[in-house]
Design a protein around this ligand. Structure first.
Ligand code: TRP
Length: 450
């Protein structure tokens, strides 16, 4: 069947699902989705997001799975292996490793904020504060040096997991953290549903108001679909290279996509009832989770308990995602560059620390710093924008073109249908989407975006 792997594979079925779902479910679902939906018409954003998840997310995820599992190679090795004489396709790998590092860097900054808020709310410094106080708490914090410290701390925690290897590190941590995250999320949802503003919150989330939809929102929703499923950079490809041959790819993709959408919806169910109950606006933007929720936790009874628990949950969600981002570079360094896993982990974390610290400083000391080439962006925004809005869709388009048109159709079909499950019958539809729908759709939106 597929090529013989030269590295460890995930040992269990739970490991496969926990790792991929852990990668997909992250700040993208719990922090980004609610604020994007909040600003862009609630239910309307949800509808468009699900549309892209189905038409683009599922096929591209299946493509990454098939490419990774059939070669058992990292994102550079995979294309070299499949098209030895065509160095062009190496570009997918270059995009993957580079933007994987960029995302790891700025993502760790926000993950660091969750650690600060965990500690601060544990110490009870959130409860009892007014909205203005919480606003300046956030501003003062992000402008100072503490985010730098937390970025470093977070990356060190990430290091402690990945250095243990695929099975003892990535798989074991995912098996523990992903279910814990889902349980916490469910507990929070139930709690929110008992609040007086639950009906208003739910109707905001589920009743689409299409008047808020502009072309920009459509692009944002596509980006959100890709980001949220960890697609376009070979992150899922790398994880799939650790899948055993007995893993059914279409079914695993369906589970991953289902749980990814479910957690985004759950994050909405968690946040909007609370927002409406306490008379806030859902249109707060990126600070929704860091300013509005603490303001609310400060008022609810038992806030001292819920606030740290919430930020701990955000931390878990971040960690299972950053583990997967680190793995893109580590797989390449160990398989293609002959590095030991230990050295590769040190290198990846060291680079992420340097870039991450620069991103962390973008909110304070370096906020005025904008390089001429990149216009008005500070370093954080540059990393975020280039990787999420440019490299991610570009990588996604190239991956779908490669899988749909360049890859031997027998390989694709075989990977999608072995072992056979009820969902294997979707393989022809997935191949069709990969060839004719996803590349065109990404290209159109991509050009419109630029
Ligand atoms: N999917 C994660 C989230 O929603 C983020 C993530 C992990 C990611 N790995 C990735 C995004 C690779 C892009 C590419 O938070």
């Amino acid at each position: 069947m597929s090529d013989k792997p030269k590295h460890q594979l995930f040992a269990t079925r739970l490991g496969v699902i926990a790792a991929t779902v852990g990668s997909a479910v992250g700040l993208g679902n719990i922090w980004r989705f609610p604020y994007e939906a909040g600003v862009h018409g609630g239910g309307a954003f949800l509808v468009i997001y699900v549309f892209f998840i189905v038409l683009l997310g599922i096929p591209v995820l299946c493509a990454e799975f098939a490419l990774g599992r059939s070669t058992h190679c990292n994102v550079l090795g995979c294309f070299r292996h499949l098209k030895p004489g065509q160095p062009f396709w190496k570009i997918i790998g270059v995009i993957g490793v580079t933007s994987g590092m960029m995302i790891l860097s700025f993502y760790s900054v926000i993950a660091g904020w969750t650690l600060e808020y965990f500690v601060v709310s544990l110490k009870g410094e959130v409860a009892g504060n007014s909205t203005e106080e919480l606003h300046s708490l956030f501003g003062d914090f992000t402008a100072g040096l503490r985010p730098v410290m937390w970025t470093v701390v977070f990356l060190l925690i990430n290091y402690c997991v990945i250095v243990r290897g695929v099975r003892k590190g990535v798989e074991k941590a995912s098996n523990l953290l992903t279910p814990a995250l889902m349980i916490l999320l469910a507990v929070f949802c139930v709690n929110s549903l008992t609040m007086p503003g639950a009906a208003d919150g739910l109707s905001f989330l589920f009743k689409p108001d299409f008047s808020q939809i502009t072309p920009g929102v459509v692009i944002g929703a596509m980006g959100q679909a890709f980001f949220s499923l960890s697609l376009g950079l070979g992150c899922m490809l790398t994880y799939a290279s650790y899948f055993p041959d007995r893993t059914p790819l279409v079914r695993s993709a369906a589970v991953t996509v289902g749980l990814d959408v479910l957690t985004a919806v759950m994050a909405g169910v968690l946040i909007f009832p609370v927002v409406f109950t306490y008379g806030f606006s859902p249109q707060e933007g990126p600070t929704l989770v860091f300013e509005v929720l603490p303001a609310i936790f400060a008022q609810v009874s038992g806030g001292w308990f819920w606030a740290p628990l919430f930020f701990f949950m955000l931390f878990l969600a971040s960690l299972t995602s950053t583990i997967s981002m680190s793995e893109i570079g580590i797989a390449w360094l160990t398989q293609d560059r002959g590095m030991s896993r230990g050295k590769a982990c040190v290198l990846v974390i060291a680079v992420a620390m340097v870039c991450g610290v620069a991103c962390a400083l973008s909110f304070g000391y370096w906020s005025g710093l904008s390089l001429p080439v990149i216009g008005e962006f500070n370093i954080f925004n540059f990393f975020d924008y280039t990787s999420s809005n440019v490299l991610l869709p570009l990588g996604g388009m190239l991956i779908s073109i490669f899988a749909g048109w360049m890859l031997d159709r027998n390989i694709l079909r075989r990977e999608l249908t072995t072992p056979r499950t009820a969902l294997s019958s979707l393989a022809p539809a997935i191949v069709f989407l990969l060839r004719y729908v996803s590349p065109v759709m990404i290209l159109v939106i991509f050009i419109a975006n630029l």
